[in-house]
Design a protein. Structure first.
Ligand SMILES: Cc1cc2nc3c(=O)[nH]c(=O)nc-3n(C[C@H](O)[C@H](O)[C@H](O)COP(=O)(O)OP(=O)(O)OC[C@H]3O[C@@H](n4cnc5c(N)ncnc54)[C@H](O)[C@@H]3O)c2cc1C
Length: 481
C-alpha cells in the first residue's frame, strides 16, 4: 500500500470512529469470519465496513469520494459485498475498502401486499423467512446464503421463474448511494440498467422494491434416474424431454432443473429437481406431470413432497459445502439438439468425483412472463437483460472441496464449456453470474444500444471510478481511474 493510501486509511479510520460506523481491520478477532466467502478468495481488504443504514453507506462513500485526490489511483479502491457468492470472488480486493452490506437486511411490506422494500444486503433465506411469516413469498434462486441484489440484478434464475419471471423482472424500484455519496431513487436508464446490468456500477444499492406474491405450498423434490447407467439415463431423459416439449407446453406451475452431482453412497447421479408451485388439492395435474417426467427415463427414486419455498431453500442450502475452491463456466443452449445431448453426456461422464463438482441446468421456459413475447410489452419494466428467448442455461460447477480438487474441477468445467459452446444449439449469449471472467463478452450479452447506454451512464454517474471494481466491468478498471 502506498503512503498516500495509508494516510487515507488512517483518516478513514478516524472518520468511522467519530461516525460510529462498525468497521474491522485484519487484526480484529471478527475479521476472518467477515472476510470469508463461499468461493474462497484469500485477498484481504484493508478494512471491512459494516454500515447499518443507507445514511451510513452515504457517509462512507462521500468520505472515499471526497478524499480521492490523496491516493495515486484517484479514490481508494472500494468494493461492495453482500452474500459473497460471486463465483470469481470479486467482492473482495486486496487492500481495498470493503463495504459489507449484510446489516442492511430489512423487509417492509406494502399495505396492498404486492411489493416489499428490502435492504440491499439481504440474503435469500432472510428474505423468504420474513415474507413467509406474513403469508407471502417471492422469486428466489436455489441457495439461501446468496445475496438478493446480486442474484436479481444479473438476471436471477429460480424455481418460480416459469410463473413469475426472472429476478431482474421482479424489480420495481431501487434506492442507490451514488459515487458522490448522495442517496437517490434510480429512474429511467439507471433503473433499466439495474434490471439485468448488475448492481454496482451505478452506485451502492441500499434498497430494492420488489414484487411479492401470496405464499402457496409447493411440491418439491428429486426425481432420480438409474446411476448404474449414467450415459443411458441422461441421454434417454434429455432426448425424450426434447420430444415432449415439441408437443406439449410445460405448465407455468412447474420448474424442472436437471442436474448431475456426486452423492455420498450413490456416486455420480443424474436427477431432476421437480418443483410444482401451488396447491394440489382438487388438481391432479402435478401428479400427472411428476409421472410424465419420471417416465422419461429409468427412474429409481422420487422424493417429491409437500413443502414451502423457504423449507426447500434451507434444505438445498444445507446440502452444500460451506466453502469451495475453483470456479464455474457456463453455456446457454436454445434446445436439446442431438449434438447438445451427446456433448452433455460426455461432459457428465468426465466429471471429477469431488462433492463440490457438478452440472446443473436452469431454464427460461416459453410460458414465463420473462420470455420474449411478453417482456417487451411493458415499458415501465424495461430491462437490459437480453436473453429473452426460451433457453437452457448450463451451470458447469468446477468446484472442489480442496484446492487440488478445485483445480481439477476448473479444468473439467473449462473443457466442458469448450465442447458445449461448439454444439449447434449453443447460443451466442452468456449468463454473467456464472461465466468465467475470461469468457465474458459484454458486446454479446447486451444489445449494442443498451451497452452504449450503460457505458455512457457509468461515465456520467461515476466519473472518478469510485466503484471501479463493480461488475460487469462496463469500463476497464484502468480507464475508470
Ligand atoms: C452456491 C451458489 C448458488 C447460486 N445459485 C444461483 C441460482 O439459483 N440462480 C442464479 O441466477 N444465480 C445463482 N448463483 C449466482 C449468484 O446469484 C451471483 O453470484 C450473485 O451475484 C451473488 O450475489 P451475492 O450478494 O451473494 O455475492 P457478492 O459477491 O457479495 O456480490 C456479487 C456482486 O454484486 C455486487 N453487489 C452485491 N450487492 C450489491 C449492492 N447492494 N449494491 C451494489 N453492489 C452489490 C458485489 O460488489 C459483487 O460484485 C449462485 C451462486 C452460488 C455461489
Amino acid at each position: 500500500m502506498s503512503s498516500a493510501e495509508l494516510n487515507h486509511l488512517h483518516a478513514l479510520g478516524t472518520f468511522l470512529l467519530s461516525a460510529e460506523i462498525p468497521h474491522f481491520y485484519p487484526d480484529d478477532p471478527d475479521y476472518t469470519a467477515l472476510q470469508a466467502s463461499y468461493t474462497s478468495n484469500p485477498a484481504k481488504p484493508a478494512v471491512i465496513i459494516r454500515p447499518r443504514s443507507a445514511e451510513d453507506v452515504a457517509e462512507v462513500v462521500q468520505f472515499c469520494s471526497s478524499n480521492s485526490s490523496s491516493t495515486a489511483n484517484g479514490s481508494m479502491p472500494c468494493v461492495i459485498r453482500a452474500g459473497g457468492h460471486d463465483l470469481a470472488g470479486r467482492h473482495t480486493v486486496a487492500d481495498a475498502v470493503q463495504i459489507d452490506l449484510r446489516l442492511l437486511d430489512s423487509v417492509a411490506i406494502s399495505p396492498d401486499k404486492k411489493t416489499a422494500r428490502i435492504g440491499g444486503g439481504i440474503l435469500l433465506d432472510a428474505l423468504l423467512t420474513a415474507l413467509e411469516k406474513e403469508g407471502l413469498t417471492t422469486v428466489v434462486g436455489g441457495i439461501g446464503t446468496v445475496g438478493y441484489v446480486g442474484w436479481a440484478t444479473f438476471g436471477g434464475y429460480g424455481d418460480s421463474v416459469p410463473g413469475r419471471g426472472l429476478g431482474c423482472d421482479q424489480i420495481v424500484a431501487a434506492k442507490v448511494v451514488n459515487a458522490e455519496g448522495c442517496i437517490q431513487e434510480a429512474s429511467g436508464q439507471m433503473l433499466k440498467a439495474i434490471r439485468g446490468g448488475g448492481p454496482g456500477n451505478w452506485g451502492v444499492i441500499t434498497e430494492l422494491t420488489i414484487k411479492i406474491y401470496p405464499l402457496q405450498e409447493i411440491q418439491a423434490g428429486m426425481i432420480i434416474f438409474d446411476p448404474s447407467d449414467l450415459r443411458g439415463s441422461i441421454s434417454t431423459y434429455l432426448t425424450n424431454y426434447a420430444s415432449l416439449v415439441r408437443t406439449e407446453q410445460v405448465p407455468t406451475s412447474l420448474y424442472l432443473q436437471p442436474m448431475v452431482f456426486n452423492l455420498l453412497g450413490m456416486g455420480t447421479v443424474f436427477m431432476v429437481s421437480f418443483v410444482w408451485t401451488g396447491s394440489t388439492i382438487g388438481d391432479d395435474n402435478c401428479k400427472k406431470w411428476q409421472a410424465k417426467i419420471a417416465g422419461l427415463a429409468n427412474c429409481i427414486q422420487q422424493t417429491v413432497a409437500t413443502t414451502t419455498p423457504l423449507k426447500k431453500l434451507m434444505d438445498t442450502t444445507a446440502m452444500l459445502p460451506l466453502q469451495v475452491h475453483g470456479g464455474t463456466h457456463t453455456v446457454t443452449l436454445g434446445e436439446y439438439s442431438a449434438q447438445a445431448v451427446a456433448a452433455l453426456v460426455e461432459v457428465a461422464l468426465s466429471m471429477p468425483k469431488d462433492l463440490g463438482c457438478g452440472l446443473s441446468i436452469h431454464a427460461l421456459q416459453p410460458c414465463s412472463p420473462s420470455s420474449l413475447k411478453e417482456s417487451k410489452e411493458n415499458e415501465e419494466e424495461e430491462s437490459v437483460y437480453n436473453c429473452r428467448q426460451p433457453h437452457m442455461m448450463l451451470e458447469l460447477v468446477g468446484f472442489g472441496t480442496t484446492e487440488e480438487a478445485g483445480l481439477e474441477g476448473m479444468n473439467w468445467a473449462a473443457e466442458a464449456r469448450a465442447m458445449l459452446s461448439g454444439v449447434d444449439a449453443a447460443l451466442d449469449w452468456t449468463y454473467f453470474s456464472l461465466a468465467h471472467p475470461d469468457h465474458v463478452d459484454l458486446n454479446k450479452m447486451y444489445t449494442a444500444e443498451d451497452y452504449e447506454v450503460m457505458k455512457g451512464l457509468k461515465k456520467e454517474v461515476d466519473p472518478k471510478g469510485v466503484f471501479r471494481y463493480a461488475l460487469p466491468q462496463v469500463t476497464s478498471i484502468a480507464s475508470a481511474r
